[in-house]
Design a protein around this ligand. Structure first.
Ligand code: ADP
Ligand code: ASP
Ligand code: MG
Length: 422
């Protein structure tokens, strides 16, 4: 019988009652004859609680030894929920065993708090599955070559699940969460958002990378690389619904661009508040300035997203870019300390009160005027666009954070995403 990986997010694992419910659902699949591997997240709020405790003792630091302990700490959330789920399954009469990432091992690099999976040893899991056990593997974590526990970044259990599904050559990876699929935009912000029955892999990749937290971006990358069939569905349906009906519910991440998909010009809207804008003002406009500014930023391991350089006036120009909000202060310090004096720029200013709103759709490839329709909508709402970036299948704008919901709602309407699709 085929091997299936289930992933349950924090809310789905949020109480002993919910864990019991997960156990009953998994037991149903196991009794139907599937080989089952389950990847749970920490109980909701637990990762934040643990990281909050660390912060009470010492402010967040990029220091390696501090980062190492954060992973040592945060990984315990998933260890606890995995053991609890194994206990709940055993209580259901299902033979079950749980493993922490290091026990397999799930090998990662040493980038604490944002480690990348390098390999997964499947021997132990395959042995247990052959004996008829349900295997539970902690999400979010692995171990580096020096036996340090690592974590994969917030939301990383999605990535664990897909990587495990790829390594075990599972027939499908089902991501159970607190919404019943992928929506045209976050249904918490736009109640009119509609669930998509399928979304193309490329669109999902853009939605995730532009801020839709329903799937961690790396999980989508893994799914694409290893062609893992991936579905997002609700953990809140009654556990005893018909298995085949459950298996078809939610949203399928599709690798085939069917006709229907090509018709949708814009499939979804993503947004995020995770970035901050840095502007270097009055830079002498001469060759090499982008390199001088961004080279220093890259050397400090700070990732840059959008970049914009204004036309020069009186031999001076303004240069702006966005970084992750966590890197905002660090970037400002770096530029003020060394780069600005060397460049002879007038000043550097930061703005953390920005957000990025993106429209995503593979139909944009074959339709002109989609971006201008976006800009028109924003202008009608009186929203100023500070930066723009485009790719083949998305257009993103940076705007004032306080207009985020307004912009998302207006765009959702403009592109007819409120309408039921036939
Ligand atoms: P989990 O704990 O199960 O991993 P997350 O909170 O990480 O759940 O992801 C699910 C949440 O993602 C939803 O509750 C929803 O608010 C949010 N979300 C953002 N964008 C979308 C979208 N386009 N479709 C569905 N959910 C979305
Ligand atoms: N528990 C981790 C987090 O809160 C990983 C996850 O839930 O996917 O980010
Ligand atoms: Mg998540």
């Amino acid at each position: 019988m085929s091997l299936i990986v289930h992933k349950y997010g924090g809310t789905s694992m949020g109480s002993t009652d919910r864990i019991k419910n997960v156990a009953k659902r998994v037991a149903k699949w196991s009794r139907a004859g599937y080989q089952m591997v389950v990847v749970p997240s920490a109980m909701s709020g637990e990762t934040n609680r643990l990281l909050g405790l660390a912060k009470e003792l010492a402010p967040t630091s990029v220091d390696l030894s501090y980062q190492r302990e954060l992973d040592m700490l945060a990984s315990t959330g998933e260890q606890a929920s995995s053991a609890l789920l194994a206990i709940a399954l055993q209580a259901e009469g299902i033979d079950s065993v749980s493993y922490a990432g290091w026990q397999l091992p799930i090998l990662t690099n040493s980038a604490f708090t944002k480690a990348r999976i390098e390999s997964i040893d499947d021997k132990r899991v395959m042995g247990d599955l052959a004996e008829g056990k349900v295997v539970i593997i902690t999400g979010f974590q692995g171990v580096d070559a020096h036996s340090n526990i690592t974590t994969l970044g917030r939301g990383g259990s999605d990535t664990s699940a897909v990587a495990i599904a790829a390594a075990l050559k599972a027939s499908e990876c089902l991501i159970y969460t607190d919404v019943d699929g992928v929506y045209t935009t976050d249904p918490r912000v736009v109640p009119e958002a509609k669930r998509l029955t399928t979304i193309s892999f490329e669109e999902m990749l853009e939605m995730a990378s532009m801020g839709s937290k329903v799937l961690q971006i790396r999980s989508v990358e893994f799914a694409g690389k290893y062609k893992v069939p991936l579905r997002v569905l609700s953990s809140f349906t009654p556990w005893d619904i018909d298995l085949q009906e459950e298996a078809r519910s939610g949203t399928l991440i599709s690798f085939e661009e069917d006709e229907k998909m090509e018709q949708a010009i814009v499939s979804g809207i993503a947004f995020n508040r995770d970035e901050a804008k840095i502007s270097v003002i009055g830079v002498p406009d001469k060759p090499g300035i982008a390199y001088q500014i961004l080279g220093a930023v890259a050397e400090a391991n700070i990732e840059v997203d959008m970049i914009i350089q204004n036309i020069s006036k009186d031999g001076k120009t303004d240069f702006s870019f966005t970084v992750h909000r966590n890197d905002h202060a660090k970037t400002l310090d770096l530029l003020k300390g060394q780069v600005i004096p060397e460049l002879g720029a007038a000043e550097v200013v930061g703005d953390a009160k920005i957000c990025k709103v993106s429209i995503v759709g593979i139909g944009m490839r074959s339709h002109v005027g989609v971006a201008s329709k976006m800009f028109k909508t924003l202008s009608e709402e009186g929203i100023n666009i500070q930066m723009i970036s485009t790719s083949e299948i998305k257009t993103s704008v940076v705007i004032d954070e306080k207009y985020m919901e307004l912009a998302v709602r207006a765009l959702h309407k403009t592109f007819d995403l409120d309408q039921d699709k036939a």
